[in-house]
Design a protein around this ligand. Sequence first.
Ligand code: 8DG
Ligand code: MN
Ligand code: MN
Length: 404
Amino acid sequence: QISEAEVALFSVSSYACQRRTTLDNHNSNLTDALSLLAENAELNNEDGRGVAFRRAAALMKALPTQVISMSQLRGLPCLGEHSLRVIKDVLENGVSSEVESTKQSKRYKALKILTGIFGVGAKTADRWIREGIYNLEQLRDSGQTLNRAQKSGLEHYDDLNEPVTKAEADAIGEIVQKAVDSVLTGSQVALTGGFRRGKLTGHDVDFLITHPEEGKEVGLMPKVVAWLESQGFLLYQKTTRNSYLESKDGPARPASNMDRFERCFSIFKLTKGKEQESTQPEEQNDLKTKDVLRPHMQADTDQQLCELSKNYQMEAASHKIWRAVRVDLVVSPISQFAFAVLGWTGSKLFERELRRWAGHEKNMSLSSHALFDNTQNKYLRATSEEEIFAYLGLEYIPPSERNA
Ligand code: 8DG
Ligand code: MN
Ligand code: MN
């Protein structure tokens, strides 16, 4: 029994961009529960609920010690009635009944499996579920028409659902640097996304490319992509060109948080192990049956045959010398680089909170391209992230502390 006096009360700022959120989380039991409900809400296109759970989870991530009693949470921002109920459930019973029933629900499982396919969002998954498709086998059998991204996503499903390691991210970084050097000398590549925040794994690798001379970066992406393609590094790519300058509503107020940089969603073919440096991953690609099926493997019965086939598949998988990895490439002019780095470093909630802070507290509009002061009616130029935080009246938070 703990008396209230013994329980320290936390004091936490209400915007995630005012807080330092490192990767060491003292309340993962609570944040896992809240994040799952956030994810479920997002998968069901309930964005408001999703954000509310994300904010609650982010707040719990920022607490300096483990929460053991509800009384410690008094006066904290971001915790709505629903989130408090979930937290109480976890503190008292070890698990939240709502989380457990969500995890086990047929719909949640199907949404996870189907949106695990690159190119499949919540809306598509929902439509398929309404047509009785709950898993990959049913999808394949259904004869649904898939677009190019989805076909690729299905083909590389297992690889793309396997977390990317920092070592793999670095190996891809070297390839991207080589590509960029080959097509335009002096170009720079910056690792952004979760890996820049110090995460050890990620669902993809994010890069921002620029050139110190304004304008030189125009048309860079197609050249980089062509080089990567010629070297056999791409399993899939879709490039979208820059639409920033030609957009009708002007640069000040982007319609959404989607930016308008020249960008490329891709799937890389990353050679494993020391072959990583090879510029010709094509060569060692095909695995011959004889390399895997050893002479001592002889099947006499059906059961043995089945065993043998299983061994074969496992060995084939372990011998596979390349794997598919999702990579995002973005090209930014140097004049927007600081905003682009800030916008692409994340976390997603940290970005959302920065924009909310700018709008609600400072009457400014922040995007990955620029910061506009609506009071002074002018753009605020910046060449570093530090300057942008200063304009926003925020203490500088380094990438490793943006893990909200
Ligand atoms: P992970 O891949 O390790 O799972 O996490 P992450 O790196 O934090 O997530 P991400 O989905 O790769 O997103 C990285 C950052 O890029 C994040 O801050 C959100 C941002 N981002 C997109 N798409 C877009 C976009 O279209 N415009 C802008 N400005 N930012 C975007 O993912
Ligand atoms: Mn990422
Ligand atoms: Mn990404």
